[in-house]
Design a protein. Sequence first.
Length: 395
Amino acid sequence: MQIFKDTNFDFLGKRRLFFGLSLVLAAAGLISLITKGGPRYGIDFNGGALMYVKFVNQPPADKIRSALSAKLSGEVTVQDLAGSDEVLIGTEIKSDQQLNVARSKMEEVLRANFGQPGGKLDLNNTGQDALANRLRDPLQRSGVPVNEQQLQDLAKSILSYRDSSPQSGLVRSLGELSSVEGVTPAVMAALKQECYTSQFAIRNVEMVGPKVGADLRRQAVMATLYALGGMLVYIAFRFEWIYGLAAVIAVFHDTLITVGLFSIFNKEISLTVVAAILTLVGYSMNDTIVIFDRIRENLKTMRKEKLEPLINISVNQTLSRTALTSGLTFLTCVALFLFGGPVLHGFAFALVVGIVVGTYSSVFIASPIVLFWNNFLESRRKAAIAAPAGKTRKG
């Protein structure tokens, strides 16, 4: 499918303009990184606790943030998850010993602000053994014949109902449990005596120690460098070493600008963002290889053509393919960025930026580097030929 037919854009004629644009973007990103002391790492890399909490109604993010900030040291983040009554609560941890303390304090603050005092068991935030232990004495006192296995089965049935759809971990009232198998009037009376349903349910907790975070940072950098090194070897073997070097410089340019934009817009870099960057490394490299492959084919069939117009012809010939693949992928990533919610926001932002910068660098960075190197070799060859000729005339 051809979107553009018989195009003749002078891409390389604008290379100085686009080199200048790249320098401005790279410099702005580096200045931002230096002034801010490096990228803004997420909990994955800094270490901390991340808690997903579901509420009965719209979560009061400001109230949660102020309550947690009063109890916890360091930065506390509270993000609404689009399209649901959930929030994502995060806090930084400076040492491994603080992890469990931070989790306990987060749960304590939530119970104090959104729970019910009085010593009853919160049905929305309890486990099977704790529920069975609470029901044992009141059931025995009421004369209900129940052994340990039956008690565990009853607790399991109640929690299975709580965790299934549409409750999804949050029971609004104890009266809902009357439909659960095994919940007789006596059991319901015991539940009302010993339990209550809070306004929130902790869905998941993730904790990363600072030492683990530092190891993840190092591994993320090494993974990117290994990817670039492997691609350099592959392209140098498939084409020539200068093609491999040009492609790696272009991809490094893409990575630098993407990370710089994350710093400029004060966005967190997490493991999902690193995954997006590695995806873009491969995506940009693939786009560059397509152009280089067409250049190599045209070098065989258009031997009398000079290299600059030949590269322009090659880029124009692959323009439709680039527009289709990059354009459709870009639209998908924009939709993910707009509608994917806060959890995927960083991942989608990296993809949107990377696809634009990666497509641009394949044309305006990688190809001009190959042209520059060939012009440099040609000028040296002409100088070497001219030098003996000059000596002969003087003699």
